[in-house]
Design a protein around this ligand. Structure first.
Ligand code: SF4
Length: 403
């Protein structure tokens, strides 16, 4: 029966081995009426996993990549598996993927300076790897994760990893929620196979734990996958600003009612993901937080940072003032001072300034700088200190930069 609603196919994996995962991939593709039948010999297919970290379990299931690449190569396509940073070479070392696909780091590809049409946040031209622009068919394979700034990351946010090197910083400087939508305008995914065989939950990306769950969610609509997986994880999709912006720009459904689901019933797959901290809890007296005027994203960043730095803040004997959100005049500055978010640019000389809307997880190094804990030279590039005129001479950040 034809439907105008986007379809999301769901299937439980019957085991954790490669065969069971491949069976599940074939099942969701069947439920979607075999979208890969559109592939023709010579087409360039790009598969984008979430695979920029080396920490065990913090990556899309490689067996999903192998299953998709095998099918695409079997139809005569030239298949690439691409991701920012060179870590995916290490993660996929010895993998069967090399039989079917060329593994590429976006850091090593030529880039083209590209203006995203009708961008609302990434309005300046950005460097985009050639293969992202030139591929004929684009498949996203994200891993569902909690996220301390945007609540959940899955299909739509996976595209932040299309940008090479350290340019993902620009996404946070420009405003992460709208930038996610801009990147999905730049290069829509023709197919998403979301890996919920395991998820990352808790205080990710500042920390986080792997949790086996055991299903796949697939669609030709990234926003529809994100809507359904949010519901299944016990998160109201309305909490995800990028989904709301996507709907307003005609890229996605308004909610679950606008999506057709097929396969395993929702009730059989629902679980409750352990979310990143969202309540700001100063760990002790003398830690002064002023975040009343901040929006939810920056407040979540501060909550996650305080949780991650709990032990260090308990050991630090002095006072600390953390300010977040727009302030015409600053509150009393007691002890070390950290200024969180672009809204405080005018006051950047008052303390350690973490730019971003909101800042990235890795920028919690600025808290450590403020309380006198050693930061390494790479972390030192993540914040501005009073009187700073330049970071010339500082080394580039590590490639596994957390966003
Ligand atoms: S900088 Fe301002 S608008 Fe941006 S996330 Fe922070 S509080 Fe919100």
């Amino acid at each position: 029966m034809p439907t105008s609603r986007p379809v999301v196919a769901l299937t439980r994996t019957r085991g954790a081995d490669a065969r069971a995962t491949a069976d599940a991939v074939e099942e969701v593709l069947d439920l979607l009426d075999s979208p890969l039948d559109a592939l023709e010999p010579g087409m360039r297919v790009l598969i984008k996993p979430n695979m920029f970290q080396l920490k065990p379990g913090f990556r899309s299931n490689p067996d999903i990549l192998v299953a998709l690449a095998r099918i695409a190569a079997g139809r005569g396509a030239k298949v690439f598996v691409g991701e920012r940073t060179r870590n995916l070479h290490q993660v996929l070392e010895g993998s069967e993927i090399h039989r079917y696909a060329e593994v590429v780091s976006f850091d090593d590809r030529p880039v083209r300076i590209t203006q995203i049409p009708d961008a609302t946040s990434l309005r300046v031209p950005i460097a985009v790897p050639d293969i992202v622009l030139d591929c004929d068919y684009f498949i996203g394979v994200p891993q569902l994760r909690t996220h301390s700034s945007v609540v959940l990351t899955n299909a739509m946010k996976n595209l932040v990893g299309l940008l090479p090197g350290y340019t993902t910083r620009i996404v946070h400087m420009a405003g992460v929620e709208e930038s996610i939508v801009d990147l999905n305008v730049l290069r829509p995914q023709q197919l998403v196979v979301s890996d919920v065989t395991s998820v990352i939950e808790g205080n990710y990306p500042m920390a986080g734990e792997v949790r086996p769950v055991g299903f796949l969610a697939a669609s030709t609509s990234a926003a529809a996958v994100d809507t359904v997986t949010a519901e299944l994880a016990g998160v109201d999709p309305e909490e995800l600003d990028y989904l709301r912006y996507a709907h307003e720009r005609g890229l996605g459904p308004a909610g679950l009612a606008d999506v057709e689901t097929r396969g395993t019933p929702l009730g059989d797959l629902a679980f409750r993901i352990n979310r990143a901290p969202s309540r700001i809890v100063p760990p002790r007296e003398g830690i002064h937080i002023h975040a009343e005027t901040a929006c939810a994203s920056c407040r979540r960043f501060v909550a996650a940072a305080l949780s991650r730095l709990h032990d260090e803040l308990m050991a630090y004997p002095g006072e600390l003032t953390v300010i977040c959100g727009a302030h015409e005049t600053l509150p009393p500055l007691r002890g070390a001072v950290v200024l969180v978010g672009n809204a405080l640019y005018d006051h950047r000389e008052a303390g350690v300034y973490l730019e971003g809307c909101p800042p990235r997880a890795i920028q919690i190094a600025g808290f450590r700088q403020a309380i006198g804990t050693a930061v390494n030279p790479e972390e030192r590039t993540q914040f501005r200190v009073p009187g700073q005129r330049s970071t010339a001479g500082l080394p580039q950040p590590a490639p596994e930069e957390l966003v």
